[in-house]
Design a protein around this ligand. Sequence first.
Ligand code: ASN
Ligand code: ZN
Ligand code: CA
Length: 332
Amino acid sequence: YEAIDTGVGTSEYSGSVTLGTAPSGSAFSLTDTARGGHKTYDLNGATSTATGTLFTDADDKWGDGTPSNRQTAAVDAHYGAAVTWDFYKSELGRNGIAGDGKAAYSRVHYGNAYVNAFWSDSCFCMTYGDGQNNQKPLTALDVAGHEMSHGLTAATAKLNYSRESGGLNEATSDIFGTSVEFFANNASDPGDYLIGEKIDIRGDGSPLRYMDKPSKDGASADYWSKTVGRLDVHNSSGVANHFFYLLSEGSGAKTVNGVAYNSPTYDGSTVAGIGRTKAYKIWYKALSTYMTSTTDYAGARAATLKATADLYGATGVEYQQVAAAWTAVNVK
Ligand code: ASN
Ligand code: ZN
Ligand code: CA
């Protein structure tokens, strides 16, 4: 038995949040006992594979919402891991990344002004840089959900990180990252179909990726073509991100949580959204049951159709719209 404490954090991106913490001597540490014991560590600028120093605090009140307080990035990262854990459990019926209740861990303050975040299967951990000028740590909720979901893919379909399977690997992380953001229902970071809108990676306020029309980023594919697998995996992902948007919300113009979208289709066809809850359950079932390391876009269509038949039957509107959404992104 380990005592469970609830700390209070002031995050940079998600407002005031509760944190899973544990007693550490006369103080507390960022150890989320209710979620496998997930811990968050301070790398203090290191770029090594070291674990770092576990965050501790005397009064269990963490961060101040600004990046100059070094606990703040840890608050966002620890919160993001907790929400993702809860999303897997309550929405996907999964006990942690590997399904065995084992926690990963998070490392923040990697390098100096490092503008990226990454999952490593070797440490079963995720790592975050502090962003441009050390002002925008890459710890926003959708990014945390994205990185943790690379662990999920590695534990399930093991999609190879190149060509079309690599695009599907990246899209899986965007799909669950966005789904985690919606699931959190956090007023400071409402759910959207944008990836990285909080971390200002381009310095002009634009998000990193757009799921309703991926080509809005200037590099991603809206539709499948036989050369799509030559793109960087963060751009060939566009086809599946677009599929997920269309399946969730439908084609055409729509406003969700105050954000306006306008999602086109390859052939001018119409897709009727079935809602994101069914859409992510279908994606997860396909990922964990039917996709393999070499699944390509044609295989993803087949896998999601099988998953849909398992979950909702082969004659319902869900099956019909999964087929329609793939056709709308030119995956026949
Ligand atoms: N942040 C990037 C990602 O998760 C790191 C990478 O390119 N692997 O996709
Ligand atoms: Zn990724
Ligand atoms: Ca987002």
